[in-house]
Ligand binder design. Structure first.
Ligand code: CA
Length: 235
């Protein structure tokens, strides 16, 4: 298991009530956790020692979390950044702006959910050194020109909309694509109201991918959108 290796997690959060249980939970999971309460301290910390995952609050006393995210990337930080915010309404906008974050979580969040996200981020960032979960029997292959999808050798029969959704998610593999973006790109740029049809399409797409044993998964990011995650064929 990955947790035998002490992966470093940097928690950037100014509220003690949120930070302390978070730090305890992550430490219990075996992570090497460091907690700072301002954006500047986070940037200083990343300068001296890197971290595999940064859990970054948006509302910090000295600067906006997005600014921290941007500066960390500018300074060459290549680990994962998960943005955490109580400003849930802003998530959609934040995702669209692409400050270089890898994941987003709205407060209040469950610690179990957070753990799962951190684990997924670490799996992704350390995927290159062979700690993966196994063999890619069902590696997903998309033939965009022919609009056909294969799991290994087998074709996955998808409807037009299912294909479009998958194709967009695959183009942003391991990143969140917002509901609004999917609705606008796949259905109609003038969509209003319900995104129920999107959920139905995603549900069928998931079932089809699972039924052929594809190793990638379509993951719902609550309140934001969806992400295709799983094995990435080496480039
Ligand atoms: Ca805060």
């Amino acid at each position: 298991m990955l947790r035998n290796v002490a992966h470093r997690v940097l928690v950037v959060e100014d509220e003690e009530d949120i930070a302390i249980p978070l730090v305890r939970t992550l430490e219990r999971e075996g992570y090497d956790v460091l907690w700072v309460d301002s954006g500047q301290k986070a940037l200083d910390e990343l300068q001296s020692r890197s971290a595999e995952v940064v859990i970054l609050d948006l509302g910090l006393p000295d600067m906006d979390g997005l600014e921290v995210c941007r500066r960390a990337r500018d300074a060459g930080y290549e680990g994962a950044i998960m943005i955490v915010t109580a400003r849930a309404g802003e998530l959609d906008r934040v995702v669209g702006l692409d400050y270089g974050a890898d994941d987003y979580l709205a407060k209040p969040f469950g610690l179990a959910e957070l753990q799962a996200r951190v684990r997924a981020l670490i799996r992704r960032t350390s995927g290159a050194n062979g700690h993966g979960d196994g063999i890619d029997e069902g590696a997903l292959r998309i033939d965009v020109a022919a609009r056909r999808v294969y799991a290994g050798e087998d074709e996955v029969p998808l409807t037009g909309k299912e294909f479009d959704v998958l194709n967009i998610l695959a183009a942003h593999r391991d990143k969140v694509v917002s509901r609004g973006r999917l609705m606008a790109d796949v259905w109609d740029e003038n969509w209003y109201g319900s995104t129920k049809t999107l959920d139905v399409t995603i549900g069928r797409l998931r079932q089809k991918l699972e039924s052929v044993g594809v190793s990638e998964r379509v993951v719902a990011v609550r309140g934001v959108g969806f992400r295709l995650e799983g094995s990435t064929p080496d480039a």
